[in-house]
Design a protein around this ligand. Structure first.
Ligand SMILES: Cc1ncc(COP(=O)(O)O)c(C=O)c1O
Length: 490
């Protein structure tokens, strides 16, 4: 008997629902292709030193020493330890979708601390979800019907295509932001996107912004946040703010939460029923595996609906219990937040210094776990095809999984997101060396080819290359044949 795998395409077509077999997950994109390339050839300093280095994963792995120390000092926080065993039964049977009160208190307190205690959060408005991923789907489900849409400034985190759209039938309408303006969100861009949607009979139900931005690493200034608030109030649509990177800000300008902005507005300027915050501990604490996602809505109906929905993605009571203990420890939280920001600042400084040495620029930002790297000068031509060609070289030859701007829906070719906080110092050094070699080899190729062209023109032999010169370019001892850029541009 021949067994057919359930992953088999033909079989999937027969078995799965229309929604399930569509490409709603977005797996067929360069963003996920890069991860697959890493998975099939992962870098390891000893076992696979020539493997692909993962720079496509926005993970915060720099501050685990603080957490590990706390865990050692607080064994009772785990119900699976001798010290915590007395709580085991009560926690194991807990299943109320409101969540443990101490968990909601600790999260509300932590959210306030992350925002410099300039704003307070009400624990009764804290709703759990399976990471920010689950929170976004819940928000889309609560606020829009199938076929209705959210405005989302581009470039944006590719997961939104899955989270907002796949199971809800909700759409995304991109709001164009441009490099000439440092990708800032403007009132004009919002109006244009809104009007175009109206012309296409698409009903806009909300605006989703990510602050600090993934992939840009920039924070929204107060004026832009106020612009967003007045825009959504005038249109009477919702504003969802993804603040998942709130505590990854390591330099000036600092982070301003939407909650601070609306606290300074009156009821006419802002209807608070339209404002919702999505949060998670995946980035700020570096715990994506714990799936602690939070919806914080100023709208009672949304809080009630999201809470009912949270049955689909509850945070396990064991995790709630641990997080409640950890985040209630004010001394730990203060040290962690300061220490984490410091480590991110150092890593960012070292990485950008390495890039600057080979003339690679990036969009100036003060937060996030990544850089929006400018490789426009390395493109053969200003097209998205050329961007893909360059990306393929970077992943297959330079062996770095960075993500091309097009996977974030950026329409200007040549931008790449590169993550810098998901590896140790020595892996980071290797990645910088690889980038440096790549750029230097490319420079050599360009210079040599230019010289050759000059030489040919001089001797009026424009298209004829002597075998001597060909050998020179293709010599196995020169870096040129291995030069990835040579392949990218051919
Ligand atoms: C902007 C943004 N929102 C949401 C998520 C999903 O986070 P979580 O792991 O909490 O589901 C990510 C993950 O990269 C993200 O960058």
């Amino acid at each position: 008997m021949v067994l057919v795998s359930s992953n088999d395409n033909g079989n999937a077509k027969k078995v799965l629902s229309k929604l399930a077999k569509g490409n709603g997950h977005g797996e067929d994109s360069s963003y996920f292709d890069g991860w697959k390339a890493y998975d099939s050839d992962p870098f390891h300093p000893i076992i696979n030193p020539r493997g692909v280095i993962q720079m496509g994963l926005a993970e915060n792995q720099l501050s685990f020493e603080f957490v590990e120390k706390w865990m050692k000092n607080n064994p009772q926080a785990s119900i699976c330890s001798v010290e915590g065993i007395d709580e085991f039964k009560d926690i194991a049977i807990f299943q109320d979708y409101h969540g443990l009160p101490e968990f909601r208190n600790a999260v509300a307190n932590f959210m306030g601390k992350v925002r410099g205690n300039r704003v307070k959060f009400d624990p009764d408005r804290v709703v759990m979800s399976g990471g920010a991923t689950g929170a976004h789907e819940t928000m889309a489900f609560c606020l829009a019907d199938p076929g209705e849409a959210f405005l989302v400034p581009v470039p944006y985190y590719p997961g939104f295509d899955r989270d907002l759209r796949w199971r809800t039938g909700v759409e995304i309408v991109p709001v164009k932001c441009e490099s000439s303006n440092n990708f800032k969100l403007t009132r004009e861009a919002l109006e244009t996107a809104y009007e175009e949607a109206e012309k296409s009979n698409i009903r806009i139900k909300g605006l989703l912004i990510t602050n600090p931005s993934n992939p840009l690493g920039t924070v929204y200034d107060r004026q832009t946040l106020e612009t967003a608030v007045s825009f959504i109030n005038e249109k009477n649509i919702h504003l969802v703010c993804d603040e998942i990177y709130a505590a990854t800000v390591f330099a000036e300008p600092g982070f301003i939460s939407i909650s601070e902005v609306i606290d300074n507005m009156n009821d006419v300027e802002c209807d608070r029923n339209l404002i919702h915050v999505v949060y998670s501990l995946s980035k700020d604490m570096g715990f994506p595996g714990f799936r602690v996602g939070i919806i914080y809505s100023y709208n009672d109906a949304v809080v009630a609906c999201a809470r009912k929905m949270s049955s689909f993605g509850l945070v396990s009571s064991q995790t709630q219990y641990l997080i409640a203990s950890m985040l209630s420890d004010d001394v730990f939280v203060d040290n962690f937040l300061a220490g984490s920001a410091e480590k991110l600042a150092v890593r960012h400084r070292n990485f950008t210094k390495g890039l600057a040495q080979v003339g690679i620029g990036y969009l100036k930002g003060s937060g996030g776990l990544f850089l929006w790297m400018d490789l426009r000068h390395l493109l053969k031509e200003k097209t998205l095809e050329a961007e893909m060609a360059l990306w393929k070289v970077i992943i297959n030859e330079v062996k770095l999984n960075v993500s091309p701007g097009s996977s974030f829906h950026c329409s200007e070719p040549g931008w790449f997101r590169v993550c810098f906080a998901n590896m140790d110092d020595s892996t980071m050094d290797i990645s910088i060396t690889r980038i440096r070699n790549f750029v230097l080899q490319n420079k050599e190729v360009t210079t040599k080819v230019k010289k050759q062209k000059f030489c040919w023109r001089q001797s009026s032999l424009e298209l004829r290359l002597s075998s001597r010169r060909l050998e020179d370019i293709m010599s196995p001892h020169s870096p040129l044949p291995q030069s990835p850029m040579l392949r990218a541009t051919t």
